[in-house]
Ligand binder design. Structure first.
Ligand code: SAH
Length: 393
C-alpha cells in the first residue's frame, strides 16, 4: 500500500471528513491512477484511505476515514447498499431516481441514476474507474436492473485525464424509455440525453412550479432553458393557458412537443423555439410582450468559484431581462446549478438584477435539488443547485 503524506497543518480537512486532498497539501508520495493509498498527516498518523489521481488538482478522493476499513469489493457493496437504503427512506415521486450522488454517498466520482429498470452511470474520477466492474456488478445485483448504460462523457473527466466512454456496461437493448414523475410521463434516451439522460434534480421544483402556477393563476408561461420540457408539462398541469419553451437544442425541443401530447394536453397550448435565451428575452421585451410566469434554469455558468465573476454577470443579465418581461405580480422561478455560486451570492445577483430592472420582488420559496441528490454535513460543495421563487412587485 502506497502512502501519501500531507504537509504540516494540512490534515484538518480530512479530519473533518471532507473527502478531497488538493495537490498543494501533499508533502510526498505518489501512486498510479485510481490506486488506493493511505493518506497520513505530517506526524505519520492515519487520516484516510483514498484513490490517487495523478492528473487532477484534487489529488486524492477519500473512500473511507476508518483505519480498519479495507477498500475492496465488499466496501463498494456496503456503500451502494447504504445509498440505496437512504433512497428507500426518501419521498421520491418518480421511477427516475438518483441512486448514488458521488461524494455525498461516500462514493466520490460515481453518479448512478435509475430510470425505470435501467441504470445510467457516470464514472467521473480515476478512482471510480478503477473499481468499475466491481461497482457495476454490485449495482446490478442490488437493484435488479435489466441493464447498465455508461455515460462517462462528462467534460469533468478530462480533469482526471480520462477520455469519454459510453455504451452498455451490463445488459443491453433499447435506450429510450418513459418515466413517471408526479404522475406525468416524461421520455428520455439514456444514450443521447443530457448528463445521464434527464435532470432529476429539478423533480420537486417542477411539482412546486405546477402548484405555484395554479395558485397564482398564471396563464402565459415562458420556460427558458427548457431542455425536454419538464417545467413546461408542469405549467400545463398547473393550468397555464399557454407555455413557450426556449432551448438551443433542437432534439430537446422535439421532445417538449412529444411530452405535451404524451400527457394529453392540447398542442395549441404549447410553442417551442430554438433560440439563445438571452437574445430571445431581449427580442420579447422589444416586441412589448409579457408573461405571467417565467422559469430560468440555465446551464452551469460557473463550474468552480474561479468562474464566479463572469458567471455572476451572465446570471444577472438573464434575471434582469426576465424580471422586465414579467407582468407585475408575475412569478419568476430562477436557478443556478453552478457549484461556484453559493445560495447567498445567487440571492445577491438576483437582487442586483431586480435593482437594475427597477422592480422589487417577494421571495415565495428558496429551492434546492430533490432529496435523492443529498448534501452531507461534511461536504458543502455538494450543494450545487439553488433557486428562488419570486413574485415581482
Ligand atoms: N429545466 C430543464 C433543464 C435545463 S438544462 C429541465 O427541467 O429538464 C439547461 C438547458 O439549457 C439545456 O437543455 C441546454 O440545451 C440549454 N441551453 C444552454 N445554453 C443555452 C442558450 N444560450 N440558450 C438557450 N438554451 C440554452
Amino acid at each position: 500500500m502506497k502512502t501519501i503524506r500531507l504537509r504540516e497543518g494540512k490534515e484538518r480537512s480530512l479530519q473533518r471528513h471532507h473527502p478531497w486532498v488538493f495537490q498543494g497539501s501533499i508533502e510526498k508520495g505518489k501512486a498510479d491512477a485510481g490506486e488506493t493509498v493511505r493518506v497520513e498527516a505530517a506526524d505519520g498518523s492515519f487520516l484516510a484511505w483514498g484513490a490517487y489521481s495523478p492528473n487532477s488538482t484534487i489529488r486524492v478522493r477519500a473512500w473511507s476515514f476508518e483505519a480498519s476499513e479495507r477498500i475492496d469489493a465488499d466496501f463498494f457493496e456496503r456503500r451502494i447498499a447504504r445509498a440505496l437504503a437512504l433512497r428507500a427512506r426518501l419521498p421520491v415521486a418518480s421511477d427516475g431516481v438518483r441512486l448514488v450522488h458521488g461524494e455525498a454517498d461516500g462514493l466520490p466520482g460515481l453518479v448512478v441514476d435509475r430510470y425505470g429498470d435501467l441504470l445510467s452511470v457516470q464514472f467521473l474520477s480515476v478512482g471510480s474507474v478503477r473499481w468499475k466492474d466491481v461497482i457495476a456488478d454490485a449495482l446490478m445485483t442490488q437493484t435488479g436492473a435489466r441493464g447498465l448504460y455508461e455515460r462517462s462523457d462528462s467534460s469533468v473527466r478530462s480533469l482526471e485525464g480520462l477520455e469519454p466512454v459510453t455504451g452498455w456496461l451490463r445488459g443491453g437493448g433499447g435506450t429510450e424509455l418513459t418515466i413517471r414523475e408526479h404522475g406525468w410521463k416524461l421520455s428520455l434516451d439514456v444514450a443521447t440525453g443530457h448528463k445521464t439522460g434527464f435532470y432529476l434534480d429539478q423533480r420537486d421544483n417542477r411539482a412546486r412550479f405546477a402548484e405555484m402556477v395554479r395558485q397564482q393563476g398564471a396563464r402565459r408561461v415562458l420556460n427558458c432553458f427548457s431542455y425536454t420540457g419538464g417545467f413546461s408539462v408542469a405549467a400545463l398541469a398547473g393550468g397555464a393557458r399557454h407555455v413557450t419553451s426556449i432551448d438551443s437544442s433542437a432534439p430537446a425541443l422535439e421532445r417538449v412537443r412529444a411530452h405535451v401530447e404524451l400527457n394529453g394536453f392540447d398542442g395549441a397550448r404549447s410553442q417551442t423555439q430554438d433560440a439563445d435565451v438571452n437574445q430571445f428575452l431581449r427580442d420579447e421585451i422589444k416586441a412589448g410582450r409579457s408573461y405571467d410566469a417565467i422559469v430560468l434554469d440555465p446551464p452551469k455558468y460557473a463550474p468552480t468559484a474561479a468562474h464566479a465573476e463572469r458567471a455572476s454577470r451572465a446570471y444577472k443579465d438573464i434575471n434582469r431581462l426576465a424580471l422586465k418581461l414579467l407582468e407585475p405580480g408575475g412569478l419568476l422561478l430562477t436557478f443556478s446549478c453552478s457549484g461556484g455560486i453559493s445560495a447567498d451570492l445567487f440571492h445577491k445577483i438576483v437582487a442586483g438584477a431586480a435593482m437594475d430592472a427597477g422592480v422589487d420582488g417577494a421571495i415565495l420559496a428558496r429551492l434546492e435539488s430533490a432529496p435523492d441528490h443529498p448534501t452531507t454535513l461534511f461536504f458543502p460543495e455538494g450543494e450545487y443547485l439553488k433557486g428562488l421563487a419570486i413574485v415581482k412587485q
